[in-house]
Design a protein around this ligand. Sequence first.
Ligand SMILES: [Cu+2]
Ligand SMILES: [Zn+2]
Length: 206
Amino acid sequence: MSEEEYFKEYQMFTIPSLITIILLIFIGLIGSNAKKNPQIQAVAYLKGPPNSNNISPTGNVTFIQNGRSVKVRVFITGLTPGKHGFHVHEKGDLSNGCASMGGHYNPEKVTHGARNDKIRHVGDLGNVKANKDGIVDTTFTDRLISLTDPRSIIGRGVVVHEKVDDLGKGTSPESKKTGNAGGRVACGVIQKFQSLKDIQQFRQEH
Ligand SMILES: [Cu+2]
Ligand SMILES: [Zn+2]
């Protein structure tokens, strides 16, 4: 066998083999990803009316169920700098903008509180803090909200408020109900997602 023939045969053998190996690696990666991601996930795309600077707050909140707790990732732009009350509200109803989302999600009919308080609304997620550019970029874990029954927040609303939530520590009676967080500057409906494809499709539709 000449060197050229040998090389041709070598190529014929190796190129299809390489393709097969690459394909197998890909299939393996997809498979392991599916196994690694059995968690229930949800997302809310937030939108709000233009503020005094004519900027509309927008953002997204991602929820990942991790055993009994839920990891919450928040990204919002267009807010005024400082702390803003951040809650899950009862209804995923945008028929009258953020105003139709009802009160704080409170299935146990208790008083308003901070995220780390023993007594709080299920929807009480405290405050998020916007930096000097009006951006919130934060992650936290909560043990009371859930993406499964009976305290599921799927189909309910996320609301970002104009002002800081006093976490039930204020002096007015309203403090134990709403935290005096003021108006609603952005909101969105919490939607369940199984895969990245669902998220892409949802983004195209909205
Ligand atoms: Cu609220
Ligand atoms: Zn509350």
